[in-house]
Design a protein around this ligand. Structure first.
Ligand SMILES: NC(=O)c1ccc[n+]([C@@H]2O[C@H](COP(=O)([O-])OP(=O)(O)OC[C@H]3O[C@@H](n4cnc5c(N)ncnc54)[C@H](OP(=O)(O)O)[C@@H]3O)[C@@H](O)[C@H]2O)c1
Length: 472
């Protein structure tokens, strides 16, 4: 019997598939470019007020920079607020937060966020430097009253635009309010009466490189062609924002600062949002009874360093900056201490993933039969499975991200310029030249101490369950 012919090389065997993929990419690029064009129309002219060149700047008048910060209730935003307030070169911080959907008062929410991140919340939030505001950012004039808008317009020297919907399942159109907010901030900056508009720093993401260009090395700190940013609405929308800012810089005196951030890890007290992929992986591992081995380097950067670096970059002469840990470590550097602390064995990634895949099914079955037994119902009768879904999310959160975990590459590739979760390795010349906090003597490599702090934080906030194990 003759052997089967060898498979055709991938790029020759599926012409319709490739044409279809190209068509999809072209459609996405067209939508992204159309959005850039729409939000790049009619930038206002910047007009310094008469005598602005001779009048003292707000910095001189107030004894420091006046910063507008958006989105201070999240992980990075609350750290930025704490560090800006403590910075003696900053005299005032206007904070724009979106409204709470549940009506929790603004000050309470801000204090809770900062306390969770390990800061002296009350002292910082009540500092005379801080002006806390709650508003609808995508509305005209950022939803602010004329009086407040005027106060900000005439005094602000730096804008840190951090607020953003962080959701990887939303298409580009769902991020349009975020793009609109960015445009309102550009308009605000250009309406400044100062000789030069305030610097506008935008927190962007490595997802603008979601498709790796054919480069044998880290990706450079330049604006990316649209085709490299087409994977997912989140990265597409950040690409749109970057390009709207770049267009403003071509025709006005605005000098934007784009800071693309890689994976952010927990900060000074280990606080790391328990719903992100890595915390979910660890939380589920206590349930699955094992931790995964990955032959990969990690370049995660603690949130305090991200915040400090941004503050140090606020007068940068460059436009694009890329920020991740400049000194990577092997996965084992954090995973071995986690395994020791949790008393869990390390297993090949494929085995961990197999257990995760089986666990989702088994958890649902367990919850279904528990519910049936407790209520004397047959499986068919027990329709209320909301409880089981909640339980699945709590004990085994990685199950809800199983598609993401299927995409992880456990082995080192020949070109090590992509991390396990598909992020590209950043070139960082601009970032390193502007942010002394990234230097070797100031920023330690990630290691066991960090990993144990993350575990302690997840345990403290009640999401790391060390007792319950599945029988898989
Ligand atoms: N975490 C990372 O690894 C990472 C990596 C690259 C870039 N980034 C960027 O870093 C920034 C902060 O991220 P984070 O990790 O600190 O996220 P986070 O904890 O979810 O905080 C996001 C902040 O933005 C606000 N926000 C969310 N959706 C909004 C919307 N639709 N309109 C206005 N405000 C909204 C949140 O307000 P509520 O508290 O009201 O929800 C919160 O203040 C974002 O721009 C994100 O894209 C993060």
């Amino acid at each position: 019997m003759s052997a089967l012919p060898p498979p055709l090389p991938r790029d020759r065997d599926d012409v319709p598939g490739r044409l279809n993929a190209q068509l999809q990419e072209d459609t996405l690029v067209a939508a992204m470019s159309e959005m850039v064009d729409r939000y790049s129309r009619n930038f206002p002219q910047h007009r310094a007020s008469a005598g602005a060149h001779t009048h003292p700047t707000p910095k001189a008048k107030l004894g420091g920079d006046v910063v507008l910060l958006t989105g201070a209730t999240g992980a990075l935003g609350s750290t930025l607020l704490a560090q800006l307030v403590s910075n003696t070169d900053v005299s005032r911080v206007f904070v724009l937060n979106r409204r709470s959907p549940t009506g929790v008062p603004l000050v309470r929410r801000q204090m809770d966020a900062m306390a969770e991140a390990g800061f002296e919340a009350s002292k910082l939030v009540r500092s005379p430097k801080v002006v806390l505001l709650e508003t609808d950012l995508p509305d005209d004039r950022l939803g602010l009253s004329d009086e407040v808008y005027e106060e900000i317009r005439t005094s602000v020297t730096h804008i840190f635009h951090n607020a953003y919907l962080v959701n990887f399942n939303v298409p580009l159109s769902g991020f349009e309010p975020n793009v609109r907010t960015l445009r309102h901030l550009i308009d605000l900056a250009l309406a400044s009466p100062h000789p030069t508009p305030p610097r506008l720093l935008f927190v962007s993401t490595g997802d603008v490189w979601s498709k790796k260009p054919d480069l044998d090395g880290p990706v450079p700190e330049v604006l990316t062609p649209a085709k490299y940013a087409t994977r997912g609405g989140y990265g597409q929308s950040k690409w749109v924002c970057e390009h709207v800012m770049a267009n403003a810089a071509k025709t006005t005196p605005l000098r934007p600062i784009i800071v693309r951030v890689g994976q952010i890890s927990g900060g000074r007290n280990g606080a790391w949002n328990a719903h992100e992929w890595f915390p979910a992986m660890i939380r589920s591992s206590t349930y699955l009874g094992c931790l995964p081995i990955l032959e990969q380097d990690i370049r995660w950067i603690p949130v305090d360093t991200v915040s400090q670096a941004m503050i140090e970059m606020r007068d940068s002469p460059f436009t694009v900056h890329q920020l991740e840990h400049p000194r990577p470590v092997h996965w084992n550097a954090v995973m071995h201490p986690i395994a020791r602390t949790l008393h869990l064995p390390l297993v090949p990634y494929a085995e961990w993933l197999g257990r995760l895949e089986r666990s989702g099914r088994s958890l649902k079955t367990q919850a279904r039969s528990k519910h049936s037994n407790e209520h004397g119902e047959s499986d068919e009768q027990s329709e209320n499975l909301n409880e089981s879904e909640e339980e699945t999310k709590r004990k085994n959160p990685a199950w809800t991200l199983v598609a993401f975990f299927r995409g992880i590459r456990p082995h080192r590739s020949q070109t090590p310029w992509r991390t396990a979760v598909g992020q590209t390795v950043f070139g960082m010349e601009h970032a390193l030249s502007q942010a002394p906090c990234l230097r070797e003597e100031r920023l330690a490599r990630l290691g066991g101490e960090d990993a144990v702090k993350w575990l302690e934080f997840w345990r403290r906030v009640g999401v790391l369950d060390w007792g319950v194990r599945a029988s898989l």
